[in-house]
Each structure stands twice: as structure tokens, then as C-alpha cells.
Design a protein around this ligand. Structure first.
Ligand code: CA
Length: 223
């Protein structure tokens, strides 16, 4: 299992590399965004750990470029900021999870393991609900025969809905399963993402599939 760490602060990069190597991962490092992007494109990594503030090319632009090339390697972003806007922007650019600096190694390791586990689960058969179809291998989604273009996080959210249809999913359940953790402002992020998803999945359809369960959360169902 090879992990790429793109981080310009040598101390942080070495701290992550040493820790992950002790856990039997193979680790490559890059000191700037341009080099990191090239390595991510050319190497076969099971995960990329990506700092946001980088010389030459910032982390958000690196992950955006990877996603535009349809490279779905999971990306864990490291950010110095903890504001809702920055988190949403980071997740929107296509990263799968983020960690705020400074962090304990145990926390990083837990996130890494969760992302790798999720990637494993994603390999599998096509999932269908009503006229929605989702391919966990290619991450493609269709409503009727029309392909829907989703960001990595929107995809993860829709997959969670489709794996758990016809049941109310609370914001806490969604946060724990799609983001792996919960904090106070998280309910806002979930509402934001459900709205993104509705625009893409339901707006042009006769039948709405993503419903609000007032005061509880959300439910994927046919009326
Ligand atoms: Ca940095």
C-alpha cells in the first residue's frame, strides 16, 4: 500500500512518513504542488495526503486537476484553517476528507484507515434505486439514461443514500458514515451537500427522490 504525502513543511512531512512507515505503509513525499501532482498522476497510490498551502501549485488546485483527469484516488487534505467556508471549499474541490493542523498522528492514521476501508467497500456491483443507477467502480451515476456529473463528496453522499434507501438518515448518521466524524457545524455542511445533490439529481426530474424528514434528517424514497 503506497501513500503519497505532498507537504512542503519538512518536519510535518517526515513526521507523517515515519509514522506511516511504522504502520507498514510505503510512503513517497513531494515538497511542492507541481511535483506532487506529477507523482500522483504517474504513480499508483492508494491514498494522497495533501497540504493546502503549497509552493508552485496549491492543494485545492492539485485535487481539482486529479479529479478532472478522473483520478479517484482518495485525498486527505491538511489544512491550517478550520472555517466552514474553507472546509466546504476543500471538500468541493474533490478531496474526501480533511484534517486541521496541528493533529495527533493517531488521528491521521484513523482517517487514513477509514478512507482506505471506504475505497475497499466501493469496489462492487452497480446499485439501483428507482431510475437512479450508480457504479461503485467507475463512480458514474445515471438518472434514467442521463449521466449525472458529481463531485467526490456528492458521490459519496448519494452512494450512502442508495445503500440505505427508504429509511430516515439523521445528519449525525450521515456525518459519521460519509465524513467519518462529527462536529458542531457539520449539520450545515450536510444541508449544503444535500442541496447540491438535489440540484443535480432531482431538479429536472418529475419525481423527487431525496426528501427532507422534518426535524430528523433526510430520506431517499419514491413518493
Ligand atoms: Ca504548507
Amino acid at each position: 500500500m503506497k501513500i503519497l504525502v505532498i507537504e512542503d513543511e519538512k518536519k510535518v512531512a517526515n513526521f507523517i512518513k515515519r509514522g506511516l512507515e511504522e504502520e507498514k505503509f510505503e510512503v513517497d513525499t513531494a515538497n511542492d504542488g507541481e511535483t506532487g501532482l506529477q507523482m500522483a498522476i504517474e504513480g499508483s497510490y492508494c491514498l494522497v495526503i495533501l497540504d493546502v498551502m503549497l509552493p508552485k501549485r496549491d492543494g485545492m488546485s492539485v485535487v481539482r486537476e486529479l479529479r478532472s483527469r478522473k483520478m479517484m484516488v482518495p485525498v486527505l487534505m491538511l489544512t491550517a484553517k478550520d472555517s466552514l467556508d474553507d472546509i466546504v471549499a476543500g471538500l468541493n474541490s474533490g478531496s474526501d476528507d480533511y484534517l486541521t493542523k496541528p493533529f495527533a498522528f493517531a488521528e491521521l492514521l484513523a482517517r487514513v484507515r477509514a478512507l482506505l476501508r471506504r475505497t475497499e467497500l466501493e469496489r462492487g456491483a452497480e446499485i439501483r434505486f428507482a431510475d437512479l443507477r450508480l457504479d461503485p467502480v467507475t463512480h458514474k451515476v445515471w438518472r434514467k439514461d442521463k449521466e449525472i456529473d458529481l463531485t467526490a463528496k456528492e458521490y459519496a453522499l448519494l452512494e450512502f443514500f442508495m445503500r440505505n434507501p427508504n429509511q430516515v438518515l439523521t445528519r449525525t448518521t450521515i456525518a459519521e458514515n460519509v465524513w467519518d466524524y462529527v462536529f458542531d457545524s457539520f449539520t450545515n455542511i450536510i444541508d449544503v451537500y444535500v442541496n447540491y445533490l438535489r440540484k443535480k439529481v432531482d431538479r429536472d426530474a418529475d419525481k423527487k427522490l431525496i426528501h427532507t424528514a422534518r426535524g430528523l434528517g433526510y430520506i431517499l424514497k419514491e413518493e
